[in-house]
Write a protein that binds this ligand. Structure first.
Ligand code: CA
Ligand code: CA
Length: 192
């Protein structure tokens, strides 16, 4: 190929480039075989207005929980919120490779990350939230387990009301949990 022809081909390729309308990667990620233990997942999203922070609810039903609130999101996101209760509630997410993300291990090789741990030094300010999201676009296939645990009561009134929100692909769902004492836990699992 002559230099001139090569330059022409390169220019055409550059002009065509990757399509600006690249498919939204979240539409390829879909949960199946959802199973809940001790909680009832609400699958429908009811838009109630603009997104509110730190409530673990996708208030504007755009498929993202608490966006614009300084928490990470991705094709997978799991969030718990429990207001100003002094209780220590923990979110534990296990991926299909056995990677476990929680306050004692904030990162898994799959890309799961815990980016907020409350109450504690993460700037909770009476708005307790824990958030786990997938850093990356290609979550490993297989079974995921999401557990919410009341680790320590710390003088809190019982039951401790916890809102759980989950994003899997372009869908969000959630549940209201009532945790009744230390070590009370609720969980759900799904497969990709
Ligand atoms: Ca939202
Ligand atoms: Ca929200």
């Amino acid at each position: 190929m002559s230099l001139r022809r090569a330059l022409f081909v390169a220019a055409v390729v550059a002009a065509c480039g990757p399509s600006p309308k690249a498919a939204d990667p979240s539409t390829k990620v879909k949960a199946k075989n959802l199973e809940a233990s001790g909680l009832e997942l609400q699958m429908a999203c009811m838009p109630t207005g603009p997104e509110l922070c730190f409530n673990a609810i996708d208030d504007n039903c755009n498929g993202v929980i608490d966006e614009g609130c300084g928490v990470g999101t991705g094709v997978l996101q799991f969030t718990v919120a429990w207001g100003d209760s002094p209780a220590d509630v923990d979110l534990v997410v296990t991926d299909p490779n056995g990677g476990r993300v929680y306050e004692g291990n904030r990162n898994a090789p799959s890309g799961l990350r815990l980016d907020k741990d409350c109450p504690g030094d993460d700037g909770c300010h009476g708005q307790n939230i824990e958030n786990v999201f997938l850093d990356g676009l290609d979550p490993p296939k297989g079974k995921y387990q999401v557990e919410v645990r009341l680790t320590e009561l710390r003088g809190a009134d019982v039951p401790v009301k916890v809102r759980l929100g989950a994003r899997v692909g372009s869908r969000t769902f959630g549940a209201e949990l009532l945790l009744k004492g230390s070590d009370d836990k609720k969980s759900f699992s799904f497969e990709l």
